[in-house]
Design a protein around this ligand. Structure first.
Ligand SMILES: Cc1cc2nc3c(=O)[nH]c(=O)nc-3n(C[C@H](O)[C@H](O)[C@H](O)COP(=O)(O)OP(=O)(O)OC[C@H]3O[C@@H](n4cnc5c(N)ncnc54)[C@H](O)[C@@H]3O)c2cc1C
Length: 545
């Protein structure tokens, strides 16, 4: 403890909305006399610039839960609105702040904000402590260990991280004892968490208020879900497989995903990683964890690392790792895709679930992103990215852009080698064999017989009449003919590929085909566990080589 001056610490929450495994918070509480936890709404923090209603609501739930947990520890969350430099400058004067701590925000879109804050703190002679805990490793350390640039392939990425060693284990829980935690009588009025109304955020559609699947933000919920998820993982390991959420895609049950909680940092990614690894060791002692055990978390890490020095990572034209593909410009098609009015029930159900609830399964994301880009509509992936940024609860600037570039063949694959696209009819039938998912999100088709559910335009008129759903009146006709559209896309892709022939492009890529198949979820099995011949794929470039 510094005996000469009172140590007054502000811990500035941005992401990392949790008390557990929070190294910068722990640092703030060590040698501290007076402590204030702060959150600043600056119009951008934690992705609020692009967030729609559901993600905003989720963020406020995270803050309410954080406030509740801080209250139990004897303090409260102090919320402000304004520019971080202005707010912090004011707090330095008013509270006599001597130290500011925060979790490093690894994405380049936050770098200018944090540079300005560091500059201010330096000028004011206030200590600044920033620690990495939103990712498993420090992305800069990975780049340094790869000779100064991000590893271009996923296998190289894994190799480099293995030379660094396993990620750090979670740190201890914070201890607030013997620290002055001032809270004013008027706290809620002065520093309370704003409501959605205060922030002028309203639902985009009425279904958002009667969601079928309830996603709740916050550390308490995240830890509860983690415990459920670990039981699910344990069962999978006992049955001889890993990555259960991907292995048996379940579109209907209550969600077991933690991606939104990871995105806001109300669950520590290191806690998740070590929970999985320790559980595997417990179930299969001395077997050695397979690489695939936490491969999904490694992809998250990979995309963060690839993006950290690339401010144009979410763009096509100015992004050095992204191929410039001459996509079509068709606002009418963009709108139909966005609204879930393509006339393909599998695609439309996914787009509705995305807008109503904010989360859709990985296979569903693949289906709609492939349909928008290289599969059918030949529209720029940036269009889809914007929609995902708005509606996805887990929308991460770098992870989302990375996945879009991948699916659209713009990066992260051996240049344009992806031979397949998904058939929006057969893929739907395969993933939703009972049709329950489509019926849940498209009630207009609830009485359509299963035989026609995924292609209702083929139903004879009396069948449509009986189902009270006339195609072209109650439900749209298909906006494109998939057979024709996908052939056109393949021709377009071939033209792009020919134009690139012989040019050396520094390109990010998976290590090999198995990995690409795993990433795209081109499975060997069906949701019900049976064998899958992958007949939902349309052959593409491989036929043309
Ligand atoms: C077009 C498109 C956009 C996507 N945008 C996002 C996004 O903005 N944010 C996001 O977290 N995921 C995104 N994903 C990846 C993936 O769909 C979700 O992470 C996954 O569906 C979350 O489900 P889960 O938690 O059950 O995954 P699990 O299989 O349980 O994986 C555990 C965690 O690993 C991470 N992860 C899993 N798959 C991926 C992946 N392909 N890339 C990077 N990280 C992954 C997530 O944090 C996830 O919670 C996107 C995928 C596609 C095809």
């Amino acid at each position: 403890m510094n005996t000469n001056r009172e140590e007054v610490v502000v811990h500035w929450f941005r992401h990392g909305l949790r008390l557990h495994d929070n190294p910068s918070l722990i640092d703030g509480l060590s040698e501290c006399d007076r402590f204030y936890p702060v959150f600043i709404f600056d119009g951008e923090v934690a992705g609020t610039k692009t967030a729609g209603y559901n993600r905003f609501r989720f963020l406020l739930e995270c803050l309410q839960d954080l406030d509740k947990n801080l209250k139990a520890a004897g303090t409260r969350l102090y919320c402000f609105q304004g520019q971080p430099t202005d707010i912090l400058e004011r707090l330095i004067e008013e509270w006599g702040v001597t130290k500011v701590t925060f979790e490093a925000d690894p994405e380049p879109i936050w770098q200018e904000r944090d540079r300005l804050v560091r500059e201010l703190l330096d000028k004011k002679n206030v200590q600044c402590v920033e620690k990495v805990s939103h990712t498993l490793w420090d992305p800069y350390e990975i780049i340094e260990n790869n000779g100064g640039s991000p590893p271009l392939t996923f296998s190289l990425f894994n190799l480099v991280t293995s030379t660094i060693g396993p990620p750090p284990r979670p740190v201890e829980d914070p201890d607030f004892t013997d620290i002055s935690l001032p809270v004013s009588q008027n706290h809620d009025k002065q520093f309370g968490i704003p409501t959605l109304e205060d922030l002028n955020v309203r639902p985009e559609c009425e279904e958002q208020n009667k969601r079928l699947v309830e996603w709740l933000g916050g550390e308490s919920k995240a830890l509860e879900l983690l415990a459920i998820r670990m039981k699910h993982e344990e069962k999978a390991y006992e049955n001889g497989y890993v990555m259960p959420n991907q292995y048996h895609p379940d579109l209907l049950s209550p969600p077991l995903s933690l991606s939104a909680h990871l995105r806001f940092g109300c669950l520590s990614v290191r806690k998740f990683y070590w929970s999985i690894h320790d559980k595997f060791e417990e179930v299969k002692p001395s077997m050695g964890a397979p690489v695939s055990l936490s491969a999904q978390l490694m992809w998250r890490e990979y995309f963060y690392t690839m993006a950290i020095n690339n401010i144009n990572y979410d763009k096509m034209e100015t992004n050095p790792i992204c191929l410039n593909i001459p996509w079509y410009d068709n606002p009418d098609h963009e709108e139909k895709w966005t609204q879930g009015e393509t006339g393909y029930p599998w695609i439309d159900a996914i787009m509705k679930q995305l807008r109503y609830e904010g989360w859709v399964h990985h296979v569903a994301r693949h289906a709609v992103s492939c349909f928008l880009t290289r599969g059918d509509l030949w529209l720029n992936w940036e269009v889809g990215l914007k929609v995902f940024y708005k509606y996805l609860l887990d929308a991460d600037w770098s992870v989302c852009a990375g996945n879009w570039m991948w699916v659209s063949s713009s990066a992260f694959e051996k240049v344009l080698q992806c031979p397949n696209c998904f058939c929006p009819v057969r893929y739907g039938k395969r993933m939703d064999p009972s049709g329950e998912y489509v019926r849940r999100y498209l009630p207009v088709l609830k009485d359509m017989p299963l035989r026609y559910l995924f292609e209702p335009w083929k139903a004879p008129l009396p069948v449509q009449q009986k189902a009270k759903c006339i195609v072209g009146v109650d439900y749209p006709k298909p906006m494109v003919d998939h057979q024709k559209a996908s052939k056109e896309c393949i021709q377009n892709m071939k033209a792009v590929k020919d134009a690139l022939m012989g040019r050396e492009i520094p390109h990010c890529a998976p290590s090999e085909e198995i990995e690409a198949r795993r990433f795209s979820w081109l499975p060997d099995h069906t949701p019900s566990g049976g064998h899958c011949t992958a007949n939902f794929l349309c052959d593409g470039l491989k036929d043309m080589n």
